[in-house]
Design a protein around this ligand. Structure first.
Ligand code: NAD
Length: 283
């Protein structure tokens, strides 16, 4: 029997095939879980040029997961909308009767800009999705976990929570807020056998990262390829991360192997920030 057989997972922001969310959903399914995959349908009406939303891809992600021989339920929902989150969770409950694992992965960063030009609309949208969305999903799912004797919550934060990110003030603040939420929930929910942990991805190759790099390349007058090479040089493990790297950690945090681990914040960044790894020891 696989580690997650009989469990039901809900992964937000899992409708884009190459995103961290869908790869996590697939990995949890490989471990035996049934998965609710959910994403916002279309792009934000207030930020039409910001690439977000999964459209038809969400159904394809669910079909891909079903091909592994487990159940997958695709539901469109906006995590920043309390009513949308309520109907998401009640539909999942109707179909599966339980949710044991919640991966808060939905995230965005529209309208990056220097501080003095940062709009209130971009600030509020980012906090609404990344931080309020995480809170709303936890608030709806936790009663189901308590009813079944426990659960696992994994919050996908970011390295930016601790180290900041140029022009992404709202993003950094929202991801830092997720860490406070992780600690307070871990404390409160431990007696219900619910473990709450956060992961901080570094540079992970996804569409979101590609968009960020394209913007940075434009500002710095360089190329995306040159920026990637720069990141790889600054990363002791010598490369950017993949969604699969993150999914492996998430699967561990969702499994019984991590039953004595709660309130933790775990970097997954190839050692980025440890220092200069260019000088190889001469063994
Ligand atoms: P992505 O854009 O593919 O994934 C984000 C997903 O969230 C998208 O599918 C998007 O449609 C969805 N989403 C956005 N707003 C939503 C809303 N209101 N309701 C529901 N879903 C919504 O990018 P990704 O790189 O796979 O990022 C996944 C998570 O990992 C994000 O939270 C991101 O902040 C975080 N992260 C990524 C990196 C990286 O380098 N790629 C680094 C650190 C953290």
């Amino acid at each position: 029997m696989s580690k997650l057989t009989g469990k039901v997972a809900l992964v937000t922001g899992s409708g884009r095939r190459k995103g961290i969310g869908s790869v996590c959903a697939r990995r949890l399914a490989e471990e035996g879980a049934s998965v609710v995959v959910t994403d916002i349908d279309t792009s934000f009406s207030d930020f039409p040029n910001y690439k977000v939303g999964s459209g038809d891809e969400l159904t394809a992600v669910a079909e891909d997961i079903r091909s592994l021989g487990v159940d997958a339920l695709p539901i469109f929902a906006d995590v920043s909308d309390p009513e949308s989150v309520q109907s998401l969770v009640s539909e999942a409950k109707e179909v599966f009767g339980r949710i044991d694992i919640l991966i808060n992965n939905a995230g965005c960063s529209p309208g990056p800009a220097p501080l003095t030009q940062f709009t209130l609309a971009a600030w509020e949208k980012t906090l609404a999705v990344n931080l309020t969305g995480t809170f709303l999903c936890c608030r709806e799912v936790v009663p189901l976990m308590i009813a079944k004797g426990g659960g696992k919550i994994v919050n996908i934060s970011s390295r930016a929570a601790r180290r900041g990110a140029m022009w992404m003030h709202a993003y950094s603040a929202s991801k830092a807020g997720m860490l406070g939420l992780t600690s307070s929930m871990a404390l409160e929910l431990a007696s219900f056998n619910i473990c709450v942990n956060a992961v901080l991805p570094g540079d992970i190759e996804t569409e979101l990262k590609q968009w960020g790099l394209e913007m940075e390349a434009q500002v710095k007058g360089t190329t995306v390829q040159a920026l990637k090479e720069e990141i790889a040089r600054a990363t002791p493990l010598g490369r950017l991360g993949t969604p699969e790297d993150v999914a492996a950690l998430v699967a561990f945090l969702a499994s019984p192997d991590s039953d004595y681990l709660t309130g933790e914040v775990i970097n997954i960044s190839g050692g980025h920030g440890l220092g200069n790894a260019t000088a190889k020891p001469n063994f």
